[in-house]
Design a protein around this ligand. Structure first.
Ligand SMILES: NC(=O)c1ccc[n+]([C@@H]2O[C@H](COP(=O)([O-])OP(=O)(O)OC[C@H]3O[C@@H](n4cnc5c(N)ncnc54)[C@H](O)[C@@H]3O)[C@@H](O)[C@H]2O)c1
Length: 339
């Protein structure tokens, strides 16, 4: 077990980053965690209430693109590890407005890498995504397959992924890269499919399903993802990328029906809507590389979904606040007034 390290976690107020911070603070006795987050619409300090007052946790509001600020953080905290979760992360938003995606998901990674190079670091973990590979009809992508990103989100994440790799090759920076499947679980912003559909179902609102509902994603419970990231940080080989899969491929319609079953609502709530532009048909990861190192996900889908639905049922104050205000304007523009 690793002890006494300082973790600089970026994007730690978002869905996965906040779950990761809570996981490592719970797992290790004397680590220090510095969370740098810009608090975009997706960042929420309420996700970190349980650790906010701990002596070993510090929150800094700031942008990963701000090289000077990152330099000051390195001087002040001398992090051993940098784990970069910070990103613009919603594919639909990247179709409407790619600008912030290019800035944060590419330039932001560069800004972090430059500081790691200048100050020295034990490990830089770039949180990449399965979307860098693009769609696959049959079989699964392994880490050495060709990239074929098809949304501005996926393309900007591919830029960040390869930039991190280039700092390993060119400057010998100790970089590892993780590429995970679609995550679900507590604290996910209710614009992504699963939390959107759970919260709409609770409110008897329509569930807007893209296209024919048969797009396939592999689903990974967020706690498993956090454990996988920490496993790669501790055990991954520098310069390598690791797929983190949930081994649970499902069509969107199957997910939708499961949500309706778990919330006790009728399938009449399903509303098929115009497909997303460039919607990838199927994502699939071959995770034998991380499995050979000794890691695999623990949750099955039924268990993970039950926990997730329960969490949204018990945390209405969290998502109702989000689903009013700015969110509502974006959402109505995207799906129309009725959903
Ligand atoms: N959600 C998934 O299914 C999934 C799957 C695979 C990989 N990923 C990757 O995991 C990471 C986290 O995803 P998430 O779902 O938690 O996203 P999220 O949108 O919930 O959180 C992103 C966080 O980054 C912060 N942020 C955005 N721009 C920033 C900037 N310029 N500087 C500092 N902070 C900034 C936001 O405020 C927010 O707290 C992302 O890199 C994403 O690409 C996500």
């Amino acid at each position: 077990m690793d002890k006494g390290k300082t973790y600089l976690v970026t994007g730690g107020a978002g869905f996965i980053g906040s779950n990761y911070i809570k996981y490592i603070i719970d797992k290790y006795d004397n680590i220090k965690v510095v969370n740098l987050d810009k608090l975009t619409y997706a960042g929420n300090q309420e996700n970190l209430q349980s650790v906010a007052d701990k002596d070993n946790y510090t929150f800094i509001k700031g942008d990963i693109c701000d090289q000077k600020l990152i330099g000051e953080l390195f001087e002040k905290y001398s992090p051993d590890y940098v784990i970069n979760f910070a990103a613009e992360s919603h594919v639909d938003r990247s179709i409407g407005n790619p600008d912030d995606f290019i800035k944060t998901d590419i330039y932001g990674v560069y800004s972090l890498l430059e500081n790691c190079r200048n100050f020295g670091i034990e490990k830089f973990v770039q949180i990449s995504t399965d979307e860098v590979y693009g769609s696959i009809d049959k079989g699964s992508f392994s880490e050495d397959d060709t990239f074929n990103p098809s949304s501005p989100y996926a393309a900007s994440k591919t830029g960040g992924d390869r930039l991190a790799y280039s700092y390993f090759v060119t400057y010998d920076l100790p970089v590892v890269i993780t590429r995970a499947s679609n995550n679900y679980g507590p604290n996910q912003y209710p614009e992504k499919l699963i939390p959107l559909f759970i919260t709409n179902a609770i409110d008897n609102k329509k569930l807007p399903l893209y296209g024919d509902g048969k797009n396939v994603r592999d689903w990974l419970f967020v706690e498993d993802h956090c454990k996988g990231v920490e496993f790669v940080l501790q055990n991954g080989k520098n310069g390598e990328a690791y797929n983190i899969a949930g081994n649970c491929e499902l069509q969107n319609i199957e997910i939708t029906k499961k949500i309706l079953e778990l919330t006790g609502k009728s399938e009449e709530l399903i509303e098929y809507v115009k497909d997303r532009a460039g919607h990838d048909r199927r994502y699939s990861l071959d995770d034998s590389k991380i499995a050979d190192l000794g890691w695999q996900p623990e949750y099955d889908f039924e268990e993970g979904m039950r926990e997730t639905v329960e969490w949204y049922k018990n945390h209405e104050y969290w998502w109702r606040k989000i689903k009013s205000g700015e969110y509502l304007e974006y959402y109505k523009e995207h799906y129309g007034e009725d959903m």
